[in-house]
Write a protein that binds this ligand. Structure first.
Ligand code: AMP
Length: 224
């Protein structure tokens, strides 16, 4: 079967991580999220983490040279031979060019770019209510998925906190950065015939069904 080389695009809080979890089970492809990789580097206080942290806390993009290599290494992972799902990368046209060149050098290409659309006010509502536990990063939402006891994780009893980059001021900054730096990628990929759009205000199940059906069709077409 043809590989599924996918990019997930959309503003912060669009539900990309939720959809990625499901898609990687459906299609058995590895999932690489630059935000998760960078946060782990910050937690482990690696060289990369120390360099990236200030940018992340301010809601700004980490410089391209710090993120591009991270993803290039992942493309060579043997698990990624039959496809991959990228979340949070590319985030700028420059990064998209780097990805294109890297894939071409490996005689590969993107299958599709999945955009999940959500309006800004909904993003703010979703992200400002998000809480995560300090121990295992289990995710809750004060309005949509509240823990039994406020401030305590149901699953491991650890304290719940708000990520620095989920604070309202930082969310607004992340949205600005998204519109300025990342949204131009929508037109960029559309010109290349790779774009598929999904309505992220629908329920996670509906968005998932729609994406899964789209990918199944793409795969069928590729077989013909
Ligand atoms: P995310 O979890 O995808 O929202 O990413 C969290 C933060 O990590 C972002 O606000 C950026 O500071 C940084 N980051 C993640 N991916 C990238 C990327 N491709 N380029 C630059 N910065 C990134």
């Amino acid at each position: 079967m043809k590989p599924l080389n996918l990019v997930l695009l959309g503003p912060p809080g669009a539900g990309k991580g939720t959809q990625a979890e499901r898609l990687r089970e459906d299609f058995e492809i590895p999932y690489f999220a630059t935000g998760d990789i960078l946060r782990a580097a910050v937690r482990d206080a690696t060289d990369l983490g120390r360099k990236a942290q200030a940018y992340m806390d301010r809601g700004e993009l980490v410089p391209d040279e710090l993120v591009c290599d991270l993803i290039m290494e992942r493309l060579d992972d043997p698990d990624a031979r039959d496809g991959f799902l990228l979340d949070g990368f590319p985030r700028t046209v420059r990064q998209a060019e780097v990805l294109d060149d890297a894939l071409a050098a490996r005689d590969r290409e993107l299958t599709a770019v999945l955009v999940i659309d959500v309006p800004d006010d909904e993003v703010v509502r979703r992200l400002s209510g998000r809480r995560i536990c300090v121990k295992n990063q289990h995710v809750y939402h004060v309005e949509f998925d509240p823990p039994k006891n406020p401030d305590v994780c149901d699953q491991d009893g650890s304290r719940l906190i708000q990520r620095d980059d989920d604070k309202p001021e930082t969310i607004r900054r992340r949205l600005e950065v998204y519109h300025r730096e990342t949204e131009p990628l929508v037109a960029w990929y559309e010109q290349r015939g790779l774009l598929r759009r999904f309505d992220g205000t629908r329920s996670p199940d509906e968005v998932h069904r729609h994406i899964r059906a789209t990918l199944a069709t793409l795969r069928l077409e590729a077989e013909l």
